[in-house]
Design a protein around this ligand. Structure first.
Ligand code: FAD
Length: 213
């Protein structure tokens, strides 16, 4: 029986495990792999020379603390969690069962995917899931944002200040917000409503997007 079981190998899970070990708790961390979302990196054509610190580099210091403690970590996927009055049972995809007095679910988030050809291959090569992080990289470039809600609108507005031209490709009509109205007035923003994304194209980097209206 563990004092603490943590699910997830991203920054939150690794930090929780480190704290648990420091508190002398019998700790187990179960993760599909180390890093979580911090392993996403982004490259653009002609971006060589730009200095980058990857999330992985940042995580290395944390990770090393756990790497030498073989007995606190399992690389596996948690398939089922069953709470009990006294403890938790955690079943993994490989068929192991672990029991713990406390459980931290640090399973993070996954980006909403388009599920179209080219997406997986070009993710990180011009295709980003985080406008907040990558807006600066699109300085002077043409960029498309997919979505119709507030987050897509904020992304398009932020990019419009840096990028050369912004295409806002909205699967449905834009949610009516003051921001949507000002986007319609922006010179370098072009809005296409009711479009379906068919393919993300490009050899090494994103070059174009196929859509259907
Ligand atoms: C492209 C991009 C750029 C970003 N840039 C920045 C930035 O510049 N600055 C910043 O502060 N933040 C940035 N973020 C956000 C940051 O990466 C996240 O906030 C952070 O990784 C969240 O950490 P987490 O540990 O909560 O979750 P995650 O990093 O999502 O980790 C969750 C982990 O849980 C694992 N997991 C999930 N389900 C299971 C299961 N059933 N069994 C076992 N394991 C499971 C996953 O495999 C993953 O390893 C960025 C995110 C993205 C996607």
């Amino acid at each position: 029986m563990y004092d603490l079981i943590i699910i997830g190998g991203g920054p939150a899970g690794i930090t929780a495990a480190t704290m648990g070990i420091n508190q002398r708790l019998e700790t187990l961390i179960i993760a599909e792999r180390w890093g979580g979302q911090t392993t996403y990196a982004m490259q653009l054509e002609e971006m060589e020379g730009r200095e980058n610190i990857t999330g992985e580099t940042l995580l290395d210091a944390f990770r090393r603390q756990l790497d030498y403690l073989d007995f606190v970590r399992r690389f596996d996927t948690v398939a089922k969690v069953m709470p009990d009055e006294q403890h938790f049972c955690v079943d993994t995809a490989r068929g192991d069962r672990f029991e713990g007095r406390a459980l931290i679910m640090a399973t993070g988030a996954k980006p909403e995917r388009l599920n179209v050809p080219g997406e997986t291959r070009l993710a990180g090569y011009g295709l980003s899931y985080s406008a907040a992080t990558h807006t600066g990289l699109f300085l002077g470039r043409d960029v498309a944002v997919v979505g119709n809600g507030r987050r897509a609108q904020w992304a398009a507005a932020g990019l419009a200040r840096k990028a050369h031209h912004v295409y806002l490709l909205a699967p449905e009509p834009l949610t009516d917000t003051p921001l949507a109205r000002s986007l319609h007035r922006m010179q370098n923003v072009e809005i296409a409503e009711g479009v379906a994304i068919k393919e993300v194209c490009g050899e090494r980097f994103v070059e174009s997007i196929k859509i259907a209206t």
